[in-house]
Design a protein around this ligand. Structure first.
Ligand SMILES: Cc1cc2nc3c(=O)[nH]c(=O)nc-3n(C[C@H](O)[C@H](O)[C@H](O)COP(=O)(O)OP(=O)(O)OC[C@H]3O[C@@H](n4cnc5c(N)ncnc54)[C@H](O)[C@@H]3O)c2cc1C
Length: 413
């Protein structure tokens, strides 16, 4: 079911079991083979330019030479495709979001209410600025992961001499990041498209406007390439499994922090410069993630896998922190390349303030499921200390970002 491009594809990659194999194999099947039947295109909510149909396989004979990879390698191949698909989805939504922002600002610069342009209203500026900040932050994470994969791919190609294998290994290595990009990107686009409709008021609900289509088209991204629920679980599960394999010392670090729980501090030092301060905040969010992981694993033990709400809390903290860190790295790099980065710093200021709140809420939700009378007060104190960020006038910061967008009448960041 739900096969993209089914209506016109000549070649299909099909995953199935040979005889009574426990695991899947992958096959190259041509749509003209006898027994392959393509159903009619589905009537979908959006992405109507994309063909989606069911494919039926009635005793289809597949030549032995059409086995893709080796017998039993199907799941591995499918996973590689999924990792790649998630990365591409994370990049794809950036273009759709830029289009929706451009439609939003153009409309806000034309529509008058109460005798003035709606782009002069603070409530509309808030929406425009939030659209820009969330897009810019997601884009920063996409650039970061892409560069990380490129670098690893080059290194592995030199090591093993096989570009294809090196690509698969490099992409698989960043499976957690791919899941993060998929979830964060799809939810960013949903937010941007939803606010684009809202900025258009009643006209946003009219099928005459592009934003109506953007709203419907956006929705699928949270469903395909693994639903966001599944990807959230994957973020935590994959990170923990890799740590168990010894790829990085997550549990050792977490145990050390847990021992010092009663005396945890925010690490503030005198005369911190701008980026040092931001990095300290991010480092504190990470410490809190480790504390929550340790506390949850200790309390629920093997049963943690069944506590999806807690896993979601951990995933939320990890994803938000990763994206904000990517934004911070990008702004720091921009600062080293050009003089005035004040608007980008505004974005980072607003984003870190929001991330601190999300991390704080997710951590509190998680902590209350596993804390005991001995550690409850210390854990609550740690949540407050490690999510403390300096006061920022986010209203003025958002207005400055919106004013640049409104002045340019298109997205130029
Ligand atoms: C337009 C479109 C194009 C597609 N293209 C392709 C394609 O080309 N190739 C392809 O292989 N697939 C394709 N798909 C399939 C798509 O990947 C699946 O629809 C998607 O992964 C969700 O699976 P499902 O529909 O079976 O939902 P279900 O698995 O029934 O999910 C229903 C709900 O339950 C939740 N859920 C399910 N399991 C769990 C769990 N273990 N824990 C917590 N929550 C859970 C889900 O998150 C969701 O909210 C496409 C789908 C659509 C709509």
């Amino acid at each position: 079911m739900w096969i993209t491009n089914a209506g016109f594809a000549d070649t299909l990659v099909v995953f199935a079991k040979i005889d009574n194999d426990r695991v899947l194999s992958a096959f190259i099947v041509e749509s003209k083979y006898p027994g392959v039947v393509i159903g009619p295109d589905e009537h979908k909510m959006g992405i109507k330019g994309s063909s989606t149909a069911q494919i039926y396989f009635n005793d289809v004979k597949v030549p032995v030479g059409n086995l893709l990879g080796k017998r039993g390698e199907g799941f591995r191949i499918a996973l590689s495709i999924l990792h790649m698909g998630r990365l591409k989805l994370g990049a794809n939504v950036l273009g759709a979001a830029k289009k929706a922002i451009n439609d939003s600002v153009k409309y806000a610069n034309e529509r008058k209410q109460f005798g003035v342009l709606i782009s002069t209203f603070g409530a509309i500026k808030h929406k425009l600025a939030e659209q820009v900040i969330r897009l810019f932050a997601s884009e920063s994470a996409v650039y970061r992961v892409s560069n990380d994969i490129d670098s690893l791919m080059k290194k592995l190609t030199v090591d093993c001499g096989d570009y294809g294998r090196a690509s698969i290994e490099a992409i698989s290595h960043y499976a957690v990041e791919a899941a993060i990009l998929k979830v964060v990107g799809s939810e960013m686009l949903d937010f941007v498209a939803d606010e684009a409709v809202q900025i258009h008021g009643g006209m946003g609900y009219s099928a005459e406007m592009m934003v109506e289509r953007a709203y419907r088209d956006s929705r699928i991204n949270r469903i395909f390439e693994g639903t966001n629920e599944i990807n959230r679980l994957l973020v935590v599960d994959t990170a923990m499994k890799r740590a168990m394999k010894g790829e990085f010392d997550l549990f050792g670090e977490a145990a050390k922090l847990w021992e010092g729980l009663a005396t945890v501090s925010d690490g503030k030092t005198d005369n911190e410069d701008y980026f040092t301060r931001k990095k300290r905040y991010l480092s504190n969010f990470k410490k809190l993630i480790l504390l929550c992981m340790h506390g949850a694993a200790k309390h629920f033990e093997k049963n943690l896998i069944n506590e999806q709400e807690v896993l979601n809390n951990l995933a939320e903290m990890m994803m938000e922190t990763y994206v904000t860190e990517s934004l911070a790295l990008r702004v720091e790099k921009l600062a080293s390349l050009k003089g005035d980065v004040s608007l980008y710093r505004d974005m980072l200021d607003v984003n870190i303030a929001d991330t601190a709140n999300i991390v704080r809420k997710s951590a509190l939700d998680a902590v209350c499921t596993f804390c005991s009378s001995e550690n409850c007060a210390d854990l609550h104190r740690a949540v407050e200390v490690l999510t403390k960020v300096g006061c920022v006038n986010v209203k003025d910061a958002r207005r400055r970002i919106a004013d640049k967008l409104i002045g340019d009448n298109s997205y130029k960041f």
